[in-house]
Write a protein that binds this ligand. Structure first.
Ligand code: TPP
Ligand code: MG
Length: 360
């Protein structure tokens, strides 16, 4: 006798590429304030992103990973999370940080290669600061989530990871633990089709990334990450489930990385203009803008005002950022230990002798 064990992965989207509903929308679409706030955050994120790239190109900012194409996912995360939840991000989560209380100036300080931005994390609930991990953050997320469970708190963790990150052992070990211990964590695997120059098709033999959840005993959902309603609904449901003690969820949010991997990359070397053009046709910001227009919630004048407002907000943040004097090169080692170990002490002396005025 044979028994059959069946598993499935569902996928969700509500709006077509032009913003026309393909199905009845979830109730959250009726929350006009929420939807408009989301649209504003997406536009601000995109404005900020373009400006940081320009700053990097003119030597005023360090290497920066563009968030182009991820604005809808980050915005939905920032909105769905409660203040008491903890965000464990990766390096392309600017849209969520903005809604979690991280200032644009603080992000500029971080990407500018100046860690003083970390002082301002006091404004954020208890989030882990921006970092540049591939999947190590998943281990941190289950650690934070198990602390919440031990303390019996009604809180949850949201952890972001890229499609490339889901090939790593620390991601797989973390979802396994989250499943075994029923931890209050929502993993958002952001499938932007690329891991630097490695395409999604070479990343894994699995048909979907969401199905990795099955091996860990978690629900796995695939959602269109350019569909604000689909991703928000999936997050709301998964977070409620986690906070209610029902365990973890893996959401695969599908989008496309519309920019280079970072400002140190040139994606034209490994992908075609046609692919990029096709991806722009699915842009989530334009899709939501069309929907807002169709529902008489938006017009050209409002768009013009929002663009001007976003630009002014970003310009002010840049002005504040540029007004802060850069740390001397010795700052690289000065805040690591109370007493510097000998090897770092030697490095510090070299910095001081090499750079006049290197002393802080
Ligand atoms: C352990 C480790 N291996 C490799 C790298 C170099 N690296 C940085 S980002 C990246 C690609 C990650 O791709 P993905 O997880 O899909 O995220 P995306 O950048 O597409 O958002 C790689 C290989 C690294 N930082 N750390
Ligand atoms: Mg990727």
């Amino acid at each position: 006798m044979r028994e059959r064990h069946e598993f499935h992965v569902d996928s969700a989207r509500y709006l077509d590429d032009h913003g026309k509903p393909m199905d009845d929308l979830p109730a959250l679409a009726g929350d006009t304030g929420r939807v408009l706030a989301a649209y504003r955050n997406m536009v601000l994120t995109r404005t900020f992103d373009a400006k940081v790239i320009a700053l990097q190109r003119t030597g005023k900012c360090g290497t920066y990973p563009s968030v182009l194409g991820h604005e809808v996912i980050g915005t939905a995360i920032g909105q769905s999370m409660a203040k008491t939840d903890v965000f464990v991000p990766y390096y392309r989560d600017q849209a969520a940080h903005m809604l979690r209380g991280v200032g644009l100036r603080e992000m500029l300080l971080y990407w500018g290669g100046d860690e003083r931005g970390s002082a301002n994390w006091k404004n954020c609930p208890e989030d882990l600061p921006i970092s540049v991990p591939i999947a190590t953050q998943c281990c941190h997320a289950v650690g934070v989530a198990s602390a919440m469970r031990i303390r019996g708190e009604e809180r949850a963790v949201v952890c972001c990871v890229g499609d490339g990150g889901t090939s790593k052992g620390d991601f797989l070990e973390s979802i396994n633990l989250a499943g075994a211990w029923h931890l209050p964590v929502v993993f958002v695997a952001i499938n932007n089709h690329w891991a630097i120059s490695t395409p999604r098709s070479l990343q894994t033999g699995a048909e979907t990334i969401a199905q990795k959840a099955i091996s860990a005993g978690l629900p796995g959902h695939m959602v269109d990450g350019n569909d604000y309603f689909a991703i928000s609904e999936a997050l709301d449901t998964a977070l409620e489930r986690a906070r209610g003690g029902k365990g973890a969820t893996l959401i695969e949010a599908v989008t496309y990385r519309l920019g280079d991997h970072t400002t140190a990359d040139d994606a034209t070397r490994y992908r075609t203009a046609e692919d990029l053009k096709r991806a722009w046709g699915k842009d989530g910001i334009k899709r939501l803008q069309n929907w807002l227009h169709d529902n008489d919630l938006w017009d050209a004048a409002k768009e013009k005002a929002l663009q001007a407002d976003s630009k002014a907000t970003v310009e002010q943040a840049v002005e504040d950022y540029l007004a802060i004097e850069a740390e001397p090169p010795t700052a690289m080692v000065d805040y690591l230990f109370e007493t510097l170990p000998p090897a770092l002490q030697t490095q510090r002396e070299r910095i001081v002798s090499k750079y006049r005025g290197g002393e802080s």
